[in-house]
Design a protein around this ligand. Structure first.
Ligand SMILES: Nc1ncnc2c1ncn2[C@@H]1O[C@H](COP(=O)(O)OP(=O)(O)OP(=O)(O)O)[C@@H](O)[C@H]1O
Ligand SMILES: [Mg+2]
Length: 466
């Protein structure tokens, strides 16, 4: 018998989910008596066997149930009672089931609790005792459900492999959810390493095209002459070296999604061809005459300012409006309120686990260094630095040196934040260039930014290319 003194009875739940109570007992007299005793406090439902109990549970979803273990067809045994308990709990894991059992059946009562029942009472049931147990059961049930809801909300800081609890990222997630199920072309804009590709993948995975291919092509990484045949394919003999017929990436994306990364790097000639595909949904392979119909959803990304590019005539306006039916803007990492540490910790535990190193966190200095750094390479840079730090760290905590963020600290007093940022950026870029013998592509890789971004930064900071 549970010992509950009235002083331990918790206050009523602030938001009772429902005061529905289901009573399962094969004896009609008992059912009516209990109903009569409890009808003032609860909305009572009655069931005499497993079938009707299930029916009422599904329909009314009572948070609390009392259950007599001896049910038909063999009311003298307990099997049917246990089966009913198991079934009810599988329908609602938060259900509070109070077992009503005979005096001589203590082991059954305990077994039922072991199998998930909330509590038990002996027959004949004392109504005031029952009232106390019920009140607590309803209270606990509402607490647990609320808690569960809260936990789920906390879990929502992750979305399709992207972490972000900041309002800025929650907005991105919400746009992604909305546009995914449409066919609209999406343009994703944002600086290097902000997660543009992850967003493109998320849109594809949440769309009706998820079982079809997701084809990525980086327009900035392929020379123009190759890019055309890469995109549209070519017929045999279309040009020297075209020994066989080859389908392009647009065709490969048939039925699925074509992700054109760094679209801002596309030459004007290819812009015209892409526009034609978007307007008519047909392509021609190089050297071919056949009009090939291809249905693919187009998602594009860029870290260039396309509006500026339109002004200077390097990006076609008509193409822009075709591509940017929906625009998703990726916020800079430093602008995402609260995400810096969420991400830093997530990367730390990911890479510590991967490399089987017992690294438990960041030192206070490291936390300060992370906070004051500007993160020009955004999430990718953070990920790379933490990954490297996990390997480099000698202690159990990561310090600024492990993150290669040591240099800037005492300068902050003499410079504005912007100056300090730029000084650190400049220093890092110069070092990376020196280390990589002025190879910009490799320097960009070690800095965790894309090549175009590095060029932009170099220009901004007045670093000459050798
Ligand atoms: N919100 C996020 N949560 C977890 N990881 C992220 C998040 N955003 C980006 N990343 C990680 O950061 C790295 C860069 O992401 P992604 O390639 O999508 O960026 P991008 O904007 O396409 O960069 P670039 O312009 O340099 O191509 C990837 O390793 C990705 O997994
Ligand atoms: Mg990318």
């Amino acid at each position: 018998m549970p010992k509950v003194s009235p002083s331990e009875i918790p206050p009523p739940a602030p938001y009772p989910r429902s005061a529905k109570l289901l009573i399962v007992d094969d004896e009609e007299d008992i059912r009516t008596q209990m109903k009569w005793a409890l009808a003032q406090d609860y909305e009572v439902f009655l069931a005499g066997d497993r079938g009707s109990a299930r029916e009422i549970q599904v329909r009314e979803q009572p948070p609390v149930v009392t259950l007599d273990l001896g049910l038909p067809p063999r009311p003298a045994e307990v099997e049917e009672g246990f089966a009913t308990l198991a079934e009810m709990l599988s329908l609602d894991p938060f259900l509070k089931a109070i077992i009503i059992t005979g005096r001589g059946e203590r082991e059954h009562a305990l077994k039922a609790v072991g199998e998930g029942a909330y509590d038990f009472l002996y027959k004949p049931v004392q109504v005031d005792e029952l009232r106390v147990v019920l009140k607590r059961a309803f209270y606990l049930s509402s607490l647990e459900r609320e808690n569960h809801l809260l936990q789920k909300q906390v879990g929502d800081e992750g979305f399709q492999g992207m972490l972000g609890a900041s309002p800025q990222m929650q907005e991105v997630f919400s746009t992604v959810r909305k546009v995914a199920t449409t066919e609209a072309p999406v343009l994703i804009v944002g600086e290097s390493g902000t997660g543009k590709e992850l967003v493109a993948q998320a849109i594809h995975r949440l769309s009706g095209r998820k079982k079809e291919p997701f084809v990525v092509i980086n327009c900035g990484a392929i020379p123009e002459t190759l890019l055309e045949s890469e995109l549209f394919g070519h017929e045999k003999g279309a040009f020297t070296g075209a020994h066989i017929q080859r389908r392009g990436r647009i065709e490969a994306a048939r039925g699925g999604t074509l992700f054109l990364d760094e679209i801002g790097e596309l030459s004007l000639g290819l812009q015209v061809k892409l526009l034609r595909y978007l307007q008519e949904q047909v392509i021609e392979r190089i050297g071919g005459r056949e009009q090939i119909r291809v249905d693919a959803r187009v998602i594009t990304a860029t870290n260039r300012d396309l509006k500026q590019a339109m002004k200077t005539g390097v990006f076609r306006e008509d193409l822009y409006f075709r591509l940017a039916v929906v625009t998703v803007s990726m916020p800079l990492l430093r602008d995402r309120e609260g995400d810096l540490f969420l991400l830093a910790k997530a990367f730390l535990s990911r890479y510590a686990e991967e490399s089987k190193r017992k690294i438990t966190g960041f030192t206070n200095q490291a936390i300060r260094a992370i906070q004051s750094y500007s993160w020009p390479g955004n999430v990718r840079e953070l990920e790379n630095r933490v990954k490297r730090a996990v390997i480099m760290a000698e202690g159990s905590k990561i310090n600024p040196g492990d993150l290669e963020l040591g240099a800037q600290q005492n300068r902050d007093e003499y410079m504005s934040l912007k100056e300090a940022r730029e000084a650190v950026e400049k220093e890092m870029i110069l070092k990376a260039l020196a280390r990589n013998k002025d190879n910009v592509t490799r320097a960009a890789e070690t800095l965790g930014v894309s090549r175009p971004t590095l060029y932009e930064l170099m220009e901004k900071l007045g670093i000459e290319r050798k």
